[in-house]
Design a protein around this ligand. Structure first.
Ligand code: ATP
Ligand code: MG
Length: 591
Protein backbone atom coordinates (compact mmCIF):
# COMPACT_ATOMS: atom_id res chain seq x y z
CA UNK A 1 0.00 0.00 0.00
CA UNK A 2 1.34 3.45 -0.89
CA UNK A 3 2.03 5.93 1.91
CA UNK A 4 -0.58 8.29 0.41
CA UNK A 5 -3.21 5.53 0.50
CA UNK A 6 -2.28 4.69 4.07
CA UNK A 7 -2.45 8.35 5.09
CA UNK A 8 -5.86 8.63 3.42
CA UNK A 9 -7.05 5.52 5.23
CA UNK A 10 -5.70 6.85 8.52
CA UNK A 11 -7.44 10.19 7.94
CA UNK A 12 -10.73 8.38 7.35
CA UNK A 13 -10.70 7.35 11.05
CA UNK A 14 -10.67 11.02 12.00
CA UNK A 15 -13.88 11.39 10.05
CA UNK A 16 -15.54 8.35 11.58
CA UNK A 17 -17.39 10.82 13.88
CA UNK A 18 -17.37 13.98 11.72
CA UNK A 19 -19.22 16.10 14.29
CA UNK A 20 -16.62 15.30 16.96
CA UNK A 21 -13.78 16.19 14.60
CA UNK A 22 -15.61 19.41 13.62
CA UNK A 23 -16.08 20.25 17.32
CA UNK A 24 -12.38 19.62 18.02
CA UNK A 25 -11.46 21.92 15.10
CA UNK A 26 -13.86 24.68 16.27
CA UNK A 27 -12.58 24.48 19.85
CA UNK A 28 -8.97 24.71 18.67
CA UNK A 29 -9.84 27.81 16.58
CA UNK A 30 -11.63 29.36 19.59
CA UNK A 31 -8.57 28.50 21.74
CA UNK A 32 -6.20 30.26 19.29
CA UNK A 33 -8.45 33.34 19.05
CA UNK A 34 -8.73 33.38 22.83
CA UNK A 35 -4.92 33.30 23.20
CA UNK A 36 -4.52 36.32 20.91
CA UNK A 37 -7.38 38.14 22.68
CA UNK A 38 -5.77 37.39 26.05
CA UNK A 39 -2.47 38.89 24.82
CA UNK A 40 -4.25 41.99 23.56
CA UNK A 41 -6.06 42.42 26.90
CA UNK A 42 -2.77 41.97 28.80
CA UNK A 43 -1.22 44.62 26.59
CA UNK A 44 -3.99 47.15 27.31
CA UNK A 45 -3.99 46.33 31.04
CA UNK A 46 -0.20 46.88 31.39
CA UNK A 47 -0.17 50.05 29.30
CA UNK A 48 -3.28 51.54 30.98
CA UNK A 49 -1.80 50.80 34.43
CA UNK A 50 1.53 52.39 33.53
CA UNK A 51 -0.15 55.47 32.00
CA UNK A 52 -2.61 55.85 34.90
CA UNK A 53 -5.77 55.14 32.84
CA UNK A 54 -7.44 53.30 35.71
CA UNK A 55 -10.92 53.26 34.15
CA UNK A 56 -9.56 51.44 31.12
CA UNK A 57 -7.54 49.17 33.40
CA UNK A 58 -10.68 48.23 35.39
CA UNK A 59 -12.73 47.58 32.22
CA UNK A 60 -10.02 45.33 30.70
CA UNK A 61 -9.52 43.55 34.00
CA UNK A 62 -13.20 42.54 33.73
CA UNK A 63 -12.54 41.35 30.14
CA UNK A 64 -9.57 39.40 31.44
CA UNK A 65 -11.82 37.68 33.99
CA UNK A 66 -14.27 36.89 31.18
CA UNK A 67 -11.44 35.51 29.04
CA UNK A 68 -10.27 33.35 31.94
CA UNK A 69 -13.78 31.85 32.10
CA UNK A 70 -13.76 31.32 28.32
CA UNK A 71 -10.30 29.73 28.55
CA UNK A 72 -11.40 27.35 31.33
CA UNK A 73 -14.54 26.34 29.42
CA UNK A 74 -12.78 25.91 26.07
CA UNK A 75 -9.93 23.97 27.56
CA UNK A 76 -12.30 21.64 29.44
CA UNK A 77 -14.50 21.18 26.37
CA UNK A 78 -11.55 20.52 24.09
CA UNK A 79 -10.10 17.93 26.48
CA UNK A 80 -13.48 16.17 26.63
CA UNK A 81 -13.83 16.31 22.83
CA UNK A 82 -10.31 14.93 22.29
CA UNK A 83 -11.07 12.10 24.71
CA UNK A 84 -14.35 11.32 22.92
CA UNK A 85 -12.63 11.44 19.53
CA UNK A 86 -9.85 9.18 20.74
CA UNK A 87 -12.37 6.66 22.11
CA UNK A 88 -14.40 6.84 18.89
CA UNK A 89 -11.33 6.10 16.73
CA UNK A 90 -10.30 3.17 18.93
CA UNK A 91 -13.89 1.85 18.85
CA UNK A 92 -14.07 2.18 15.07
CA UNK A 93 -10.87 0.16 14.70
CA UNK A 94 -12.02 -2.44 17.22
CA UNK A 95 -15.29 -2.83 15.30
CA UNK A 96 -13.38 -3.31 12.05
CA UNK A 97 -11.19 -5.97 13.65
CA UNK A 98 -14.19 -7.69 15.26
CA UNK A 99 -15.95 -7.63 11.91
CA UNK A 100 -12.92 -9.21 10.23
CA UNK A 101 -12.74 -11.78 13.04
CA UNK A 102 -16.40 -12.74 12.89
CA UNK A 103 -16.23 -13.97 9.29
CA UNK A 104 -15.89 -17.76 8.97
CA UNK A 105 -12.32 -18.87 8.45
CA UNK A 106 -10.02 -21.78 9.00
CA UNK A 107 -8.09 -20.79 12.12
CA UNK A 108 -5.83 -23.80 11.88
CA UNK A 109 -4.43 -22.37 8.64
CA UNK A 110 -4.68 -18.74 9.62
CA UNK A 111 -1.57 -16.62 9.60
CA UNK A 112 -2.99 -14.77 12.60
CA UNK A 113 -2.89 -16.34 16.02
CA UNK A 114 -5.86 -15.30 18.19
CA UNK A 115 -3.49 -14.23 20.98
CA UNK A 116 -1.66 -11.85 18.65
CA UNK A 117 -4.97 -10.44 17.40
CA UNK A 118 -6.02 -9.80 21.01
CA UNK A 119 -2.71 -8.11 21.81
CA UNK A 120 -3.00 -5.85 18.78
CA UNK A 121 -6.60 -4.97 19.64
CA UNK A 122 -5.69 -4.06 23.19
CA UNK A 123 -2.39 -2.24 22.57
CA UNK A 124 -2.13 -0.98 19.03
CA UNK A 125 -5.68 0.38 18.67
CA UNK A 126 -5.35 2.49 21.82
CA UNK A 127 -1.87 3.73 20.93
CA UNK A 128 -2.99 4.48 17.40
CA UNK A 129 -6.04 6.51 18.48
CA UNK A 130 -3.97 8.42 21.08
CA UNK A 131 -1.30 9.31 18.56
CA UNK A 132 -3.72 10.18 15.79
CA UNK A 133 -5.75 12.61 17.92
CA UNK A 134 -2.60 14.20 19.32
CA UNK A 135 -1.15 14.61 15.80
CA UNK A 136 -4.43 16.20 14.64
CA UNK A 137 -4.69 18.65 17.55
CA UNK A 138 -0.97 19.54 17.50
CA UNK A 139 -0.99 20.10 13.75
CA UNK A 140 -4.14 22.17 13.79
CA UNK A 141 -3.23 24.31 16.78
CA UNK A 142 0.32 24.69 15.41
CA UNK A 143 -0.90 26.00 12.05
CA UNK A 144 -3.44 28.32 13.72
CA UNK A 145 -0.89 29.73 16.17
CA UNK A 146 1.64 30.32 13.42
CA UNK A 147 -0.95 32.16 11.25
CA UNK A 148 -2.66 34.13 14.05
CA UNK A 149 0.62 34.74 15.88
CA UNK A 150 2.35 36.07 12.76
CA UNK A 151 -0.54 38.43 11.91
CA UNK A 152 -0.72 39.66 15.50
CA UNK A 153 3.09 39.86 15.76
CA UNK A 154 3.26 42.02 12.62
CA UNK A 155 0.55 44.25 14.11
CA UNK A 156 2.59 44.55 17.33
CA UNK A 157 5.88 45.10 15.47
CA UNK A 158 7.27 43.26 12.41
CA UNK A 159 10.72 42.95 14.04
CA UNK A 160 9.24 40.92 16.91
CA UNK A 161 7.40 38.56 14.53
CA UNK A 162 10.55 38.17 12.44
CA UNK A 163 12.70 37.32 15.51
CA UNK A 164 10.29 34.57 16.56
CA UNK A 165 10.02 33.22 13.05
CA UNK A 166 13.81 33.04 12.48
CA UNK A 167 14.46 31.23 15.79
CA UNK A 168 11.49 28.95 15.12
CA UNK A 169 12.87 27.99 11.71
CA UNK A 170 16.52 27.61 12.77
CA UNK A 171 16.05 25.48 15.85
CA UNK A 172 14.28 22.45 14.33
CA UNK A 173 17.36 21.98 12.15
CA UNK A 174 19.14 20.79 15.32
CA UNK A 175 16.36 18.50 16.48
CA UNK A 176 15.34 17.09 13.09
CA UNK A 177 18.09 14.46 12.87
CA UNK A 178 17.40 13.27 16.42
CA UNK A 179 13.70 12.94 15.66
CA UNK A 180 14.53 10.90 12.59
CA UNK A 181 16.72 8.62 14.70
CA UNK A 182 13.89 8.19 17.22
CA UNK A 183 11.50 7.31 14.37
CA UNK A 184 14.00 4.69 13.12
CA UNK A 185 14.23 3.25 16.63
CA UNK A 186 10.43 3.06 16.88
CA UNK A 187 10.27 1.16 13.57
CA UNK A 188 13.05 -1.15 14.73
CA UNK A 189 11.22 -1.77 18.00
CA UNK A 190 8.11 -2.95 16.15
CA UNK A 191 10.10 -5.37 14.02
CA UNK A 192 12.01 -6.80 17.03
CA UNK A 193 8.74 -7.12 18.90
CA UNK A 194 7.13 -9.10 16.05
CA UNK A 195 10.14 -11.42 15.94
CA UNK A 196 10.12 -11.89 19.70
CA UNK A 197 6.41 -12.47 19.80
CA UNK A 198 6.44 -15.24 17.21
CA UNK A 199 9.50 -16.83 18.84
CA UNK A 200 7.88 -16.84 22.28
CA UNK A 201 4.66 -18.23 20.84
CA UNK A 202 6.58 -20.97 19.05
CA UNK A 203 8.40 -21.90 22.27
CA UNK A 204 5.23 -21.94 24.36
CA UNK A 205 3.44 -24.09 21.80
CA UNK A 206 6.24 -26.62 21.58
CA UNK A 207 7.48 -26.44 25.15
CA UNK A 208 7.12 -30.16 25.83
CA UNK A 209 8.92 -31.19 22.65
CA UNK A 210 11.67 -28.64 23.20
CA UNK A 211 12.16 -29.87 26.75
CA UNK A 212 12.32 -33.45 25.53
CA UNK A 213 14.95 -32.49 22.94
CA UNK A 214 16.81 -30.46 25.53
CA UNK A 215 16.47 -27.36 23.36
CA UNK A 216 14.37 -25.33 25.79
CA UNK A 217 17.34 -23.52 27.35
CA UNK A 218 18.94 -22.59 24.06
CA UNK A 219 15.72 -21.13 22.64
CA UNK A 220 14.88 -19.34 25.86
CA UNK A 221 18.33 -17.77 25.72
CA UNK A 222 17.75 -16.68 22.12
CA UNK A 223 14.42 -15.12 23.10
CA UNK A 224 16.23 -13.44 26.01
CA UNK A 225 18.53 -11.79 23.46
CA UNK A 226 15.52 -10.35 21.64
CA UNK A 227 14.23 -8.93 24.92
CA UNK A 228 17.64 -7.45 25.61
CA UNK A 229 17.62 -5.83 22.18
CA UNK A 230 14.14 -4.44 22.92
CA UNK A 231 15.26 -3.03 26.25
CA UNK A 232 18.33 -1.38 24.70
CA UNK A 233 16.17 0.07 21.96
CA UNK A 234 13.82 1.55 24.59
CA UNK A 235 16.74 3.09 26.49
CA UNK A 236 18.12 4.67 23.30
CA UNK A 237 14.65 5.97 22.41
CA UNK A 238 14.18 7.54 25.83
CA UNK A 239 17.63 9.17 25.73
CA UNK A 240 17.03 10.66 22.32
CA UNK A 241 13.51 11.81 23.23
CA UNK A 242 14.83 13.50 26.39
CA UNK A 243 17.64 15.19 24.44
CA UNK A 244 15.22 16.39 21.74
CA UNK A 245 12.78 17.57 24.45
CA UNK A 246 15.54 19.55 26.22
CA UNK A 247 16.54 21.26 22.96
CA UNK A 248 12.89 22.19 22.32
CA UNK A 249 12.51 23.63 25.83
CA UNK A 250 15.78 25.53 25.53
CA UNK A 251 14.62 26.81 22.15
CA UNK A 252 11.36 27.99 23.61
CA UNK A 253 13.21 29.89 26.37
CA UNK A 254 15.60 31.28 23.76
CA UNK A 255 12.70 32.49 21.66
CA UNK A 256 11.10 34.26 24.64
CA UNK A 257 14.45 35.81 25.61
CA UNK A 258 15.05 37.01 22.03
CA UNK A 259 11.56 38.56 21.85
CA UNK A 260 12.13 40.31 25.21
CA UNK A 261 15.57 41.57 24.11
CA UNK A 262 14.41 42.88 20.73
CA UNK A 263 11.28 44.33 22.43
CA UNK A 264 13.38 46.12 25.08
CA UNK A 265 15.68 47.53 22.39
CA UNK A 266 12.67 48.86 20.46
CA UNK A 267 11.19 50.21 23.68
CA UNK A 268 14.43 52.04 24.40
CA UNK A 269 13.99 53.82 21.06
CA UNK A 270 10.39 54.59 22.02
CA UNK A 271 8.94 52.32 19.33
CA UNK A 272 7.10 49.98 21.71
CA UNK A 273 5.14 50.20 24.94
CA UNK A 274 5.81 47.76 27.86
CA UNK A 275 2.34 46.28 27.30
CA UNK A 276 3.32 45.35 23.73
CA UNK A 277 6.31 43.38 25.06
CA UNK A 278 4.02 41.55 27.48
CA UNK A 279 1.61 40.72 24.63
CA UNK A 280 4.50 39.64 22.40
CA UNK A 281 5.87 37.33 25.11
CA UNK A 282 2.36 35.94 25.49
CA UNK A 283 1.82 35.13 21.82
CA UNK A 284 5.08 35.02 19.86
CA UNK A 285 6.67 31.93 21.45
CA UNK A 286 3.58 30.21 20.17
CA UNK A 287 4.82 30.80 16.62
CA UNK A 288 8.18 29.23 17.29
CA UNK A 289 6.68 26.47 19.51
CA UNK A 290 4.96 24.56 16.68
CA UNK A 291 8.01 25.08 14.47
CA UNK A 292 10.28 23.56 17.15
CA UNK A 293 7.74 20.82 17.63
CA UNK A 294 7.64 20.04 13.90
CA UNK A 295 10.26 17.23 14.01
CA UNK A 296 8.55 15.56 16.96
CA UNK A 297 5.20 16.01 15.19
CA UNK A 298 6.66 14.28 12.13
CA UNK A 299 7.96 11.57 14.44
CA UNK A 300 4.48 11.06 15.95
CA UNK A 301 2.96 11.03 12.46
CA UNK A 302 5.49 8.39 11.44
CA UNK A 303 4.70 6.34 14.56
CA UNK A 304 0.99 6.66 13.77
CA UNK A 305 1.63 5.35 10.25
CA UNK A 306 3.75 2.46 11.55
CA UNK A 307 1.01 1.44 13.97
CA UNK A 308 -1.62 1.91 11.27
CA UNK A 309 0.42 -0.33 8.96
CA UNK A 310 0.51 -3.09 11.60
CA UNK A 311 -3.23 -2.82 12.16
CA UNK A 312 -4.13 -2.61 8.45
CA UNK A 313 -1.88 -5.59 7.71
CA UNK A 314 -3.82 -7.58 10.29
CA UNK A 315 -7.30 -6.39 9.25
CA UNK A 316 -6.57 -6.96 5.54
CA UNK A 317 -4.94 -10.31 6.32
CA UNK A 318 -7.94 -11.44 8.36
CA UNK A 319 -10.34 -10.23 5.67
CA UNK A 320 -8.45 -12.00 2.91
CA UNK A 321 -8.48 -15.22 4.94
CA UNK A 322 -12.20 -14.95 5.56
CA UNK A 323 -14.59 -16.80 3.39
CA UNK A 324 -16.22 -14.92 0.63
CA UNK A 325 -20.01 -14.58 0.85
CA UNK A 326 -20.19 -15.35 -2.84
CA UNK A 327 -19.10 -18.98 -2.26
CA UNK A 328 -21.90 -21.55 -2.57
CA UNK A 329 -23.43 -22.94 0.63
CA UNK A 330 -24.26 -26.59 1.14
CA UNK A 331 -27.42 -28.03 2.65
CA UNK A 332 -28.20 -31.73 3.06
CA UNK A 333 -25.01 -32.94 1.33
CA UNK A 334 -25.49 -36.32 -0.35
CA UNK A 335 -22.57 -36.84 -2.75
CA UNK A 336 -18.94 -35.88 -2.91
CA UNK A 337 -17.15 -36.45 -6.19
CA UNK A 338 -13.39 -36.18 -6.59
CA UNK A 339 -12.83 -35.12 -10.15
CA UNK A 340 -9.36 -35.68 -11.68
CA UNK A 341 -7.85 -34.08 -8.61
CA UNK A 342 -4.16 -33.16 -8.60
CA UNK A 343 -2.62 -31.21 -5.75
CA UNK A 344 0.61 -29.45 -4.76
CA UNK A 345 0.96 -27.92 -1.27
CA UNK A 346 1.18 -24.12 -1.33
CA UNK A 347 4.76 -23.02 -1.92
CA UNK A 348 5.79 -26.38 -3.39
CA UNK A 349 5.69 -27.56 -6.99
CA UNK A 350 5.75 -31.27 -6.08
CA UNK A 351 2.45 -32.94 -6.98
CA UNK A 352 1.44 -35.11 -4.02
CA UNK A 353 -1.83 -36.19 -5.66
CA UNK A 354 -2.12 -36.95 -9.36
CA UNK A 355 -5.39 -37.23 -11.23
CA UNK A 356 -7.39 -38.88 -8.44
CA UNK A 357 -11.07 -39.59 -9.15
CA UNK A 358 -13.48 -41.04 -6.58
CA UNK A 359 -17.10 -40.68 -5.60
CA UNK A 360 -18.58 -40.91 -2.14
CA UNK A 361 -22.25 -41.27 -1.29
CA UNK A 362 -24.36 -41.60 1.85
CA UNK A 363 -24.68 -45.11 3.26
CA UNK A 364 -21.17 -46.20 2.28
CA UNK A 365 -18.11 -47.22 4.23
CA UNK A 366 -14.95 -46.52 2.26
CA UNK A 367 -11.41 -47.44 3.23
CA UNK A 368 -8.19 -45.75 2.09
CA UNK A 369 -4.92 -47.60 2.34
CA UNK A 370 -1.41 -47.02 1.09
CA UNK A 371 2.16 -46.53 2.16
CA UNK A 372 3.40 -43.60 4.22
CA UNK A 373 3.43 -40.43 2.14
CA UNK A 374 1.16 -41.87 -0.57
CA UNK A 375 -1.28 -38.96 -0.13
CA UNK A 376 -4.05 -40.45 2.05
CA UNK A 377 -4.20 -37.60 4.57
CA UNK A 378 -3.88 -35.00 1.82
CA UNK A 379 -6.84 -36.53 -0.02
CA UNK A 380 -8.95 -36.62 3.14
CA UNK A 381 -8.08 -33.03 4.05
CA UNK A 382 -9.03 -31.88 0.55
CA UNK A 383 -12.36 -33.74 0.76
CA UNK A 384 -13.11 -32.25 4.18
CA UNK A 385 -12.14 -28.73 3.10
CA UNK A 386 -9.28 -28.59 5.63
CA UNK A 387 -7.05 -27.95 2.62
CA UNK A 388 -8.41 -25.85 -0.23
CA UNK A 389 -8.91 -28.05 -3.25
CA UNK A 390 -8.12 -26.59 -6.68
CA UNK A 391 -11.22 -25.10 -8.25
CA UNK A 392 -13.58 -27.86 -9.39
CA UNK A 393 -11.29 -30.64 -8.07
CA UNK A 394 -13.97 -31.72 -5.62
CA UNK A 395 -17.72 -31.50 -6.29
CA UNK A 396 -20.20 -31.34 -3.42
CA UNK A 397 -23.63 -32.38 -4.73
CA UNK A 398 -22.40 -31.11 -8.10
CA UNK A 399 -21.19 -27.78 -6.70
CA UNK A 400 -17.51 -27.28 -7.52
CA UNK A 401 -15.13 -26.54 -4.63
CA UNK A 402 -14.56 -24.18 -2.94
CA UNK A 403 -17.82 -23.94 -0.99
CA UNK A 404 -18.24 -22.11 2.33
CA UNK A 405 -16.31 -23.98 4.99
CA UNK A 406 -18.94 -23.33 7.63
CA UNK A 407 -21.65 -25.00 5.55
CA UNK A 408 -19.28 -27.85 4.61
CA UNK A 409 -18.27 -28.44 8.22
CA UNK A 410 -21.85 -28.87 9.37
CA UNK A 411 -22.05 -31.84 6.96
CA UNK A 412 -18.51 -33.14 7.17
CA UNK A 413 -16.33 -34.00 10.16
CA UNK A 414 -12.63 -34.74 9.85
CA UNK A 415 -10.62 -36.46 12.58
CA UNK A 416 -6.93 -35.74 12.25
CA UNK A 417 -4.15 -38.29 12.42
CA UNK A 418 -2.89 -36.46 15.53
CA UNK A 419 -5.44 -36.30 18.34
CA UNK A 420 -6.32 -32.71 19.14
CA UNK A 421 -7.49 -32.11 22.67
CA UNK A 422 -8.13 -28.91 24.57
CA UNK A 423 -7.38 -28.27 28.22
CA UNK A 424 -10.57 -29.12 30.09
CA UNK A 425 -12.71 -32.10 30.99
CA UNK A 426 -13.29 -35.09 28.73
CA UNK A 427 -16.93 -34.01 28.46
CA UNK A 428 -15.96 -30.50 27.34
CA UNK A 429 -13.65 -32.04 24.77
CA UNK A 430 -16.48 -34.10 23.34
CA UNK A 431 -19.16 -31.41 23.40
CA UNK A 432 -16.86 -28.56 22.29
CA UNK A 433 -19.03 -25.47 22.01
CA UNK A 434 -22.43 -27.22 22.24
CA UNK A 435 -24.56 -25.56 24.91
CA UNK A 436 -26.96 -28.42 25.44
CA UNK A 437 -26.13 -32.04 26.01
CA UNK A 438 -28.04 -34.68 24.08
CA UNK A 439 -27.65 -37.54 26.55
CA UNK A 440 -28.65 -40.28 24.10
CA UNK A 441 -26.25 -39.09 21.41
CA UNK A 442 -23.51 -38.70 24.01
CA UNK A 443 -23.83 -42.20 25.42
CA UNK A 444 -23.95 -43.66 21.88
CA UNK A 445 -20.82 -41.74 20.88
CA UNK A 446 -19.02 -42.86 24.04
CA UNK A 447 -20.03 -46.47 23.43
CA UNK A 448 -19.27 -46.51 19.68
CA UNK A 449 -15.82 -44.98 20.15
CA UNK A 450 -14.85 -47.47 22.87
CA UNK A 451 -14.44 -44.58 25.33
CA UNK A 452 -16.78 -46.32 27.81
CA UNK A 453 -14.08 -48.93 28.44
CA UNK A 454 -11.66 -46.31 29.76
CA UNK A 455 -14.19 -44.00 31.42
CA UNK A 456 -15.17 -46.74 33.84
CA UNK A 457 -11.54 -46.92 35.01
CA UNK A 458 -11.19 -43.17 35.61
CA UNK A 459 -12.52 -42.09 39.03
CA UNK A 460 -13.76 -38.76 37.66
CA UNK A 461 -15.25 -40.33 34.53
CA UNK A 462 -16.32 -37.66 32.04
CA UNK A 463 -15.06 -34.94 34.39
CA UNK A 464 -11.48 -36.20 34.13
CA UNK A 465 -9.29 -33.26 33.21
CA UNK A 466 -7.10 -33.55 30.14
CA UNK A 467 -4.44 -31.14 29.03
CA UNK A 468 -4.22 -29.66 25.56
CA UNK A 469 -0.49 -29.08 25.55
CA UNK A 470 0.88 -32.31 26.98
CA UNK A 471 -0.41 -35.81 27.36
CA UNK A 472 -1.80 -36.86 30.71
CA UNK A 473 -3.65 -39.78 29.15
CA UNK A 474 -2.50 -42.42 26.69
CA UNK A 475 -2.57 -41.89 22.93
CA UNK A 476 -5.23 -44.56 22.47
CA UNK A 477 -7.38 -42.82 25.09
CA UNK A 478 -6.90 -39.48 23.37
CA UNK A 479 -7.98 -41.06 20.07
CA UNK A 480 -11.13 -42.46 21.67
CA UNK A 481 -12.09 -38.97 22.88
CA UNK A 482 -11.51 -37.53 19.39
CA UNK A 483 -13.60 -40.27 17.74
CA UNK A 484 -16.37 -39.82 20.35
CA UNK A 485 -16.35 -36.06 19.62
CA UNK A 486 -16.77 -36.72 15.89
CA UNK A 487 -19.53 -39.30 16.42
CA UNK A 488 -21.41 -36.99 18.81
CA UNK A 489 -21.65 -34.46 15.95
CA UNK A 490 -23.41 -37.10 13.80
CA UNK A 491 -22.17 -35.73 10.48
CA UNK A 492 -23.37 -36.96 7.11
CA UNK A 493 -19.77 -37.55 6.04
CA UNK A 494 -17.19 -38.73 8.55
CA UNK A 495 -13.49 -38.80 7.64
CA UNK A 496 -11.23 -40.67 10.03
CA UNK A 497 -7.51 -40.34 9.31
CA UNK A 498 -5.76 -43.15 11.17
CA UNK A 499 -7.94 -42.09 14.06
CA UNK A 500 -7.70 -45.52 15.69
CA UNK A 501 -4.03 -46.29 15.01
CA UNK A 502 -3.08 -46.28 18.70
CA UNK A 503 -6.10 -48.29 19.90
CA UNK A 504 -5.70 -51.99 20.63
CA UNK A 505 -6.84 -54.23 17.78
CA UNK A 506 -9.94 -55.48 19.61
CA UNK A 507 -11.14 -51.89 20.24
CA UNK A 508 -10.37 -50.82 16.68
CA UNK A 509 -12.37 -53.74 15.28
CA UNK A 510 -15.26 -52.88 17.60
CA UNK A 511 -15.19 -49.22 16.43
CA UNK A 512 -14.94 -50.36 12.80
CA UNK A 513 -18.07 -52.52 13.31
CA UNK A 514 -19.92 -49.53 14.77
CA UNK A 515 -18.81 -47.42 11.80
CA UNK A 516 -20.23 -50.08 9.47
CA UNK A 517 -23.52 -49.92 11.37
CA UNK A 518 -23.56 -46.11 11.15
CA UNK A 519 -22.94 -46.25 7.41
CA UNK A 520 -25.76 -48.80 7.05
CA UNK A 521 -27.94 -46.24 8.82
CA UNK A 522 -27.04 -43.62 6.18
CA UNK A 523 -23.74 -41.99 7.14
CA UNK A 524 -20.80 -41.98 4.73
CA UNK A 525 -17.71 -43.10 6.61
CA UNK A 526 -14.25 -42.83 5.07
CA UNK A 527 -11.50 -44.51 7.06
CA UNK A 528 -7.76 -44.26 6.45
CA UNK A 529 -6.01 -47.14 8.17
CA UNK A 530 -2.84 -49.17 8.02
CA UNK A 531 -4.68 -52.11 9.68
CA UNK A 532 -6.51 -53.74 6.78
CA UNK A 533 -8.44 -56.21 8.89
CA UNK A 534 -10.76 -53.44 10.05
CA UNK A 535 -11.55 -52.46 6.46
CA UNK A 536 -12.72 -55.84 5.18
CA UNK A 537 -16.37 -54.82 5.56
CA UNK A 538 -15.91 -51.60 3.49
CA UNK A 539 -18.01 -51.20 0.35
CA UNK A 540 -14.90 -50.03 -1.45
CA UNK A 541 -11.26 -49.57 -0.57
CA UNK A 542 -9.07 -47.05 -2.38
CA UNK A 543 -5.43 -48.07 -2.72
CA UNK A 544 -3.13 -45.05 -2.91
CA UNK A 545 0.37 -45.30 -4.33
CA UNK A 546 2.70 -42.33 -4.75
CA UNK A 547 -0.22 -39.91 -5.00
CA UNK A 548 -2.13 -42.04 -7.54
CA UNK A 549 -5.31 -43.96 -6.92
CA UNK A 550 -3.94 -47.33 -7.94
CA UNK A 551 -7.09 -49.38 -7.54
CA UNK A 552 -10.60 -49.18 -6.13
CA UNK A 553 -12.74 -52.11 -5.14
CA UNK A 554 -13.98 -54.34 -2.32
CA UNK A 555 -11.54 -56.36 -0.22
CA UNK A 556 -12.11 -59.50 -2.30
CA UNK A 557 -11.84 -57.65 -5.62
CA UNK A 558 -8.61 -55.94 -4.57
CA UNK A 559 -6.95 -59.20 -3.52
CA UNK A 560 -7.25 -60.25 -7.17
CA UNK A 561 -6.56 -56.88 -8.80
CA UNK A 562 -4.16 -54.78 -6.76
CA UNK A 563 -0.60 -56.03 -6.19
CA UNK A 564 -0.06 -53.31 -3.55
CA UNK A 565 -3.17 -54.34 -1.63
CA UNK A 566 -2.29 -57.99 -1.90
CA UNK A 567 1.20 -57.29 -0.53
CA UNK A 568 -0.20 -55.24 2.37
CA UNK A 569 -2.76 -57.93 3.17
CA UNK A 570 -0.19 -60.69 2.93
CA UNK A 571 2.11 -58.80 5.26
CA UNK A 572 -0.64 -58.24 7.78
CA UNK A 573 -1.82 -61.81 7.77
CA UNK A 574 1.71 -63.20 7.76
CA UNK A 575 2.49 -61.02 10.77
CA UNK A 576 -0.70 -62.22 12.37
CA UNK A 577 0.41 -65.83 11.83
CA UNK A 578 3.77 -64.90 13.40
CA UNK A 579 6.40 -65.67 10.82
CA UNK A 580 4.35 -66.84 7.85
CA UNK A 581 5.96 -67.71 4.52
CA UNK A 582 5.55 -64.31 2.91
CA UNK A 583 8.68 -62.19 2.75
CA UNK A 584 8.25 -58.44 2.50
CA UNK A 585 10.52 -55.50 1.96
CA UNK A 586 9.35 -51.97 2.76
CA UNK A 587 10.90 -50.68 -0.48
CA UNK A 588 8.41 -52.72 -2.50
CA UNK A 589 5.64 -50.39 -1.38
CA UNK A 590 7.45 -47.39 -2.83
CA UNK A 591 8.13 -48.92 -6.26
N1 ATP B 1 2.18 -29.30 4.58
C1 ATP B 1 2.84 -29.94 3.63
N2 ATP B 1 3.61 -29.27 2.77
C2 ATP B 1 4.28 -29.90 1.78
N3 ATP B 1 4.23 -31.23 1.58
C3 ATP B 1 3.48 -31.94 2.41
C4 ATP B 1 2.74 -31.35 3.49
N4 ATP B 1 2.08 -32.32 4.15
C5 ATP B 1 2.38 -33.47 3.52
N5 ATP B 1 3.22 -33.25 2.50
C6 ATP B 1 3.76 -34.24 1.58
O1 ATP B 1 2.68 -34.79 0.85
C7 ATP B 1 2.89 -36.17 0.65
C8 ATP B 1 1.62 -36.89 1.10
O2 ATP B 1 1.50 -36.69 2.50
P1 ATP B 1 0.28 -37.32 3.31
O3 ATP B 1 0.32 -36.76 4.68
O4 ATP B 1 -0.95 -37.12 2.53
O5 ATP B 1 0.69 -38.86 3.32
P2 ATP B 1 -0.07 -40.06 4.02
O6 ATP B 1 -0.39 -41.03 2.95
O7 ATP B 1 -1.18 -39.58 4.85
O8 ATP B 1 1.10 -40.63 4.94
P3 ATP B 1 0.99 -41.32 6.41
O9 ATP B 1 0.55 -42.73 6.20
O10 ATP B 1 2.37 -41.23 6.94
O11 ATP B 1 0.02 -40.52 7.20
C9 ATP B 1 4.10 -36.56 1.44
O12 ATP B 1 5.17 -36.76 0.56
C10 ATP B 1 4.36 -35.39 2.33
O13 ATP B 1 5.74 -35.19 2.50
MG1 MG C 1 -1.51 -39.49 6.84
Amino acid sequence: MQVADEARRVASYLLSRPWLTALAVVLTIVGAVEAVAWAQISRVIVDSLLTGQYALFGRYLRYMFLMACVWATVSLASRATTWLLRTAIARQLELEILDALSAPRDWSHSHWQPSEVVSRISNDTRQFSDLLTSVLTSLLSGVLFIVFGLIYGVILHPALALTSLVIGILLPLFTESQSREVADLVNKEHSIWSKTYSKVLEIVRNLEILKALDLGDRLTRRTGLYFEELAQNSIQQTNKRVRAGTVVQAGSALSTAAVVLVGCALMAFGKLSPGTIVAAVEVLPRISGPLFGLPSLLMSANETLTLARRLFEMIDGLNSEAESDSLPKLTGLRHIVVNHLSYCYPGSDREVLHDVSLDLGLGQKIGIVGATGSGKSTLLKLLAGVLTAPSGGVLYDGLPSPVTRTSLWTEVVYVDQRPRLFSGSVLQNILLASDQVDEIRLSEAIHDSGLDQVLCRWPDGLDTQVSGSHATISLGEQQRICVARALYLRPRFLFLDEAMSAMDTATELKVQRELRRLSNEGMCVVVVSHRLVGLIDCDRIAVMKNGHLECLGSHTELLGRSPTYLRLWALETSLACLGGEYSYSAEEEYE
